[in-house]
Write a protein that binds this ligand. Sequence first.
Ligand SMILES: [Zn+2]
Length: 522
Amino acid sequence: MVTLYDTTLRDGTQREGMSLSVDDKLRIAARLDDLGVHYIEGGFPGSNPKDIEFFERAKSLSLATAKISAFGTTCRKGVAASEDEGLRTLLDTGCEALCIFGKSWDVHVTDALHATLDENLRMVRDSVAHLKAGGRTVFFDAEHFFDGYAANAGYALSVCRAAAEAGADAVVLCDTNGGTLPQAVARVVREVAGALPGVTLGIHAHNDGACAVANSLVAIDAGCTHVQGTANGYGERAGNADLMAIIAGLVLKMGDDCVSADQLRLLTEVSHFIAETANIAPNPHQPYVGASAFAHKGGVHASAAARLPEAYEHIDPARVGNLARVVVSELAGRASLTMKAAELGIDLAGDQATVARVLDGIKDLEHKGYSFETADASLEVMLKKELGTYEPFFTLESFRCLMEKREDGKVTTEATVKIHVGGKRFIATAEGNGPVNALDGALRIAIGKFYPALSAIELSDFKVRVLDESKGTGAVTRVLIESEDGEKSWGTVGVSENIIEASWEALVDSIEFGLSHPRAES
Ligand SMILES: [Zn+2]
């Protein structure tokens, strides 16, 4: 069985424009665990204080399969491993697994590190041995391995040997520049496996030559049993190896049981969840998990595909959760909607007419730009409206936002809401650091005394995306709000041509959901 090592939260976040909060990272880690990934690299604690907070809070995640791993580098030149601050930081994370990188290309050792080749071997050996003595699983990433092997195979091998002899649980061959072709990867991995019998080898590929997934799969074929990649191939430049495609390829085409059939069916859902959490539009043409990955274009082909799918589809899409996925989307089937509703405590099983109506409603909303993948709470509000069980906690008469920028550079925002609740009319005004904050404040003043549970509800995250005009409508703004009450968190969505209106919609859903699911103790 191949070991799956996900580095979305570390190498993946090197992608330009990608930024994850600690909460985002924790949510993503939980979903990667559902998928059955074995190791989740949470970050580089030596380089980023946010990552230290992640490792602290990750201790309270209850993970079924995955172990959290921390990333770092070997000890510095001229410093004993036991005296090295970076290694101490790694051990201090308390992670069961640690991954360190070291140089394996001779010219990088002499010209970038300004160390002797022997000193570099000492750094690798001592660092791995020191972390092993700390009782951890230790992976060694041999940086620039394939370029280093091409330049000086003997030295690149001696770095791997040093790590293995010091006790590394896997020696990971990295194609750091990402330009190696599959035929070279296959040949080199075979040679390394022959030269280092009994050593567990891994592969870490980047996608600069558009071969990262191919390189990972041929490396496994040639003897690697550990593979590193990122969700959806996120990573710097052209990205890392897409772990989604690797997992599907391993299970469906190479007969590996790295994840179970049930876990594999979560592939599409988890991929889209991570994309939405990272505020990156899911790529519809992404292999296996894209919305168009199994979409046949009209006419003869589509009807033939329906009669004899195996003649037109390389796999049954249901096996990776595409088409029949649980995530409610344009492609969702009746069974998956019923299942999702049951998860939300709504019984739709006997009501096919409602299911059909809700599916139409979802399709329509998704066409307008809504996305429910991270907005379960909005989905529940929508289902209740369809079922006629929705009772609003308040009704809006109107709201108004004023923004003022003054000569001295100060910006102030003020919002006024007129609300009806319990048969009475309330007008409240609040200031805020922005329109959403001010609206939230005014709404709380207006309805707070009717609903004391409101004070526990906090908006924890706010994501905005301008959607393009490709869907035939004008450009619209989608707002995703994440809320929490100290016990649970939930997501809501709003869409409008006007960002404040979109925010209001997501805000109202958030409060409606929070008030209808109060905390156990309140
Ligand atoms: Zn990398």
